[in-house]
Design a binder for this molecule. Structure first.
Ligand code: LLP
Length: 424
């Protein structure tokens, strides 16, 4: 993890800033993101696509991390956005991503979502059902607009990732069955208010099992595009989705060159521009969650109880996900290790970040960093147990700034009302 290093005095550093210093200034738990890592990863992804000779655009999946500063760094590097809600569309625009670089995905866009997408004249809407296409056509026509629409197909391949984040099997709710796509696409071409511009797919997330699922899905897509063209239907682009996995532990994750190669080999001869929608690959390794040890307890089993919990970083509880955990203090980084369960203070056994993990002694007040927490970390947080949302910090070289304030207890209660009849 190139942006993390150890200073013999200051301990764990992200770029040139000590995480202990950030914790001292901002408090814990706190998400800390590296601008340099975001920039480097975006650049290497682009280099891989260009190296394969692809005419490709990158649309960052905002769901991974919708912090405005994170999106701004990626936007400045030339990324567009993939959004799935009005909130994400607004965040993308607020971060400076032009409407002309925004794709709207999602299996259940509301009329309100679509109205905003049309009003903003975003680049592309990915439709996921015949029903949605009728809805888009009716709405766009009534507003005097033409929606550029890609049809998301479900290629029925197994991306061999966690069942909860597999999206390209026939049994999953996403897209239209690939066999139904030609008829639906023809219908799109016939309807007012819709300009059919291409085909989209996304087969799942945290894909590490090589390129075979991607290749199988893209090959089906290529056949579909050829069939549509043969039927005289216009196809001007292919949206290849996101899903490229990262190594959280010791997985051998495919490199962007492998993805670019798979796209080139299967879709290259169509001569179409392609798009990808990466979220995790860009943002995951760029962030850590810094937490403080409240106490260690247990005689037979050592529990390290943090002030961060499943409401902050849900992935271990939700997907049994493994996240690296490093002590932040210089001395602890070289101290002897023994097994510990690293847990949060929430009243659920699932509130466990790691079981039997080799950790140094971590007396109360020590800091730890949960690694690779830049994607699906803060965005999946809740206020469960009435715990305020943690602060977010961006590090850029030797600078750092709070990019989202910690939620206050006033904020936490601000939207609640007691009905008059309950008044004393
Ligand atoms: N495009 C679409 C249509 C998607 O549904 C997703 C993710 C992406 C792109 C970005 O996928 P990525 O490149 O980040 O893998 N919360 C889960 C991950 C859920 C992913 C949902 N869709 C986790 O923490 O592992």
């Amino acid at each position: 993890r190139p942006s993390l290093s150890v200073d013999p005095v200051a301990g764990l550093m992200l770029e040139e800033v000590s995480l202990a210093r950030i914790a001292a200034v901002v408090g814990t738990p706190v998400w800390v993101y590296s601008a340099g890592t975001l920039r480097r990863r975006l650049a290497s992804l682009r280099a891989a696509l260009e190296g394969a000779g692809l005419n490709a655009t990158i649309h960052y999946a905002m769901k991974a991390n919708d912090n405005l500063a994170v999106a701004r760094v990626l936007a400045a590097g030339g990324a567009g956005a993939d959004v799935v809600s009005e909130g994400e569309l607004r965040a993308a625009r607020a971060a400076g991503i032009p409407a002309s670089a925004i794709v709207f995905s999602g299996v259940g866009k509301t009329e309100r979502d679509l109205r905003l997408a049309l009003a903003e004249d975003i680049f592309q809407i990915n439709a996921e059902s015949a029903e949605e296409i009728e809805m888009i056509s009716a709405l766009a026509s009534s507003l005097g607009r033409v929606a550029r629409v890609c049809l998301r197909v479900n290629p029925d391949v197994d991306a061999r990732t966690h069942a909860k984040i597999t999206t390209g099997k026939a049994e999953n709710k996403f897209g239209v069955a690939i066999g139904d796509a030609p008829a639906i696409y023809a219908r799109m071409a016939a309807l007012p208010g819709i300009e059919p511009i291409g085909i989209a797919m996304h087969i799942g997330s945290q894909i590490t099992a090589g390129m075979s699922a991607y290749r199988a899905a893209y090959a089906k897509l290529a056949d579909l595009v050829r069939a549509l063209r043969a039927a005289g239907l216009p196809v001007s682009r292919v949206d290849c989705g996101g899903g490229l996995g990262i190594p959280y532990r010791d997985e051998i994750a495919p490199l962007p060159e492998a993805l670019a190669g798979a796209i080139k080999a299967t879709l290259g001869d169509l001569g179409l521009p392609v798009m990808i929608e990466p979220g995790r690959w860009l943002a995951g390794p760029a962030g850590v969650l810094v937490a403080q040890v409240i106490l260690q307890k247990g005689a037979t089993r050592r529990f390290v109880v943090l002030d961060a919990a499943m409401n902050d970083l849900l992935r271990p509880a939700m997907y049994d996900a493994w996240h690296g955990i490093l002590p932040v203090g210089a001395a602890a980084l070289t101290a002897p290790l023994s097994p510990a369960d690293v847990v949060g203070p929430v009243c659920e056994t699932g509130d466990t970040f790691a079981r039997g993990r080799a950790m140094p002694a971590l007396p109360p007040g020590s800091l730890v960093a949960l690694l690779d927490a830049g994607a699906y970390g803060a965005t999946m947080s809740s206020t469960y147990n009435a715990r305020p949302l943690a602060a977010e910090v961006l590090v850029d070289g030797a600078r750092f700034a709070v990019v989202r304030d910690r939620q206050s207890y006033e904020d936490l209660l601000a939207r609640q009302r007691l009905p008059a009849w309950l008044s004393p």
